[in-house]
Ligand binder design. Sequence first.
Ligand SMILES: NC(=O)c1ccc[n+]([C@@H]2O[C@H](COP(=O)([O-])OP(=O)(O)OC[C@H]3O[C@@H](n4cnc5c(N)ncnc54)[C@H](OP(=O)(O)O)[C@@H]3O)[C@@H](O)[C@H]2O)c1
Length: 347
Amino acid sequence: MSTENLAAVLEAVGTALKQVNLPIPSPGENELLIHNHAIAANPADYKIRDFPSHLKQFPTVLGSDVCGIVSAVGSGVTKFKVGDRVAGFALVIANNKLEHGAWQTYTILEESATMRIPEWLSYEDGATFPMAFATAAVAYFERLGIARPVPVSSTEAQRSGILVWGASSSTGSAGVQLAKELGFKVFATASPKNHEYLKSLGAYAVVDYRDPDVVSKLAQLAKEAGTPLRLGFDSISEGNSSLLSANTLLASGGQDSKLVLVGPWPTDDEKPAGVDISMTIAAFAFVHHVEMGSWMFNEYLPQAIEEKKIVPAPKVQVVDGGIGAAQEALNIVKAGVSATKIVVRVD
Ligand SMILES: NC(=O)c1ccc[n+]([C@@H]2O[C@H](COP(=O)([O-])OP(=O)(O)OC[C@H]3O[C@@H](n4cnc5c(N)ncnc54)[C@H](OP(=O)(O)O)[C@@H]3O)[C@@H](O)[C@H]2O)c1
């Protein structure tokens, strides 16, 4: 148990993270104090570090994905106790509170945003889940209108086809696994080197997003499978990914399709008519959709992980150096990764 709370603090947009000792915070009502053992890096971390964003309060501590041990519980907490192994979504990104940032030894989590992890799962693997699955859960349950509860067995109900664009990303990998568990036939895009990996996660078909015929190939595969694509998750939302995703839905499922993005519509091209386009925001799972978020993190995911229906993905690349390695971890993500989650081990 560390008696210090070493933090990677961002003092201003466009500056490097700085190591500072902060007081160990106390959890408030419905909050837990986590002693972090692994922290995962996300694109949002470097984007907020390097560019102006909605986060206006500085200094701050960035980061969303933590995994460690419950060190203290606040009043009203009923689902966790001191010593539990957990992963969770740190909510600084939504509430601007520095003690709710991931990149420090101790982080405050909301109980609703915390999930128990099995004894056999490493902290590094546990850190892959929160941001990715919160993003996919808001996308599927709150934006695409996919119904809960999840079928008991994925083989029970092969519902229909769903498109996951950029499926080898962290959010895409979560999107593939969750869709498969929900009973969908998943049609994905990724670089060829990641096709087998995505099939191992449950994708039915994978096409290279750089293929000039990607739209017609996906539409043809969905037709042959008898499962038109009326729902789509663009887990990249950069360049032409959203336009190609929308065009795939139009070519396959036709009008009245629904596409959810992970960012704003990314191109000057007009949004195609006939596709309902919305955007997921991961943190909303614990702000505007708390009942869903709490179901997902407190109930569904821990069970699905224990039963190995949901596995850590993509593969973890550990960066050594503790909290001091936060800056480097963010730089690696910024430079671009392929089917890899960057995780820093912390003591
Ligand atoms: N709205 C939200 O709440 C929310 C939450 C989380 C993330 N995000 C955003 O979602 C995006 C993805 O985040 P992440 O952490 O999942 O990313 P990531 O894991 O860092 O993404 C890397 C992957 O992107 C794929 N890729 C890159 N360009 C692509 C393209 N044009 N088409 C298809 N795939 C492409 C690569 O695939 P290959 O190697 O196979 O080529 C690579 O595996 C980021 O912009 C992030 O800021 C938003």
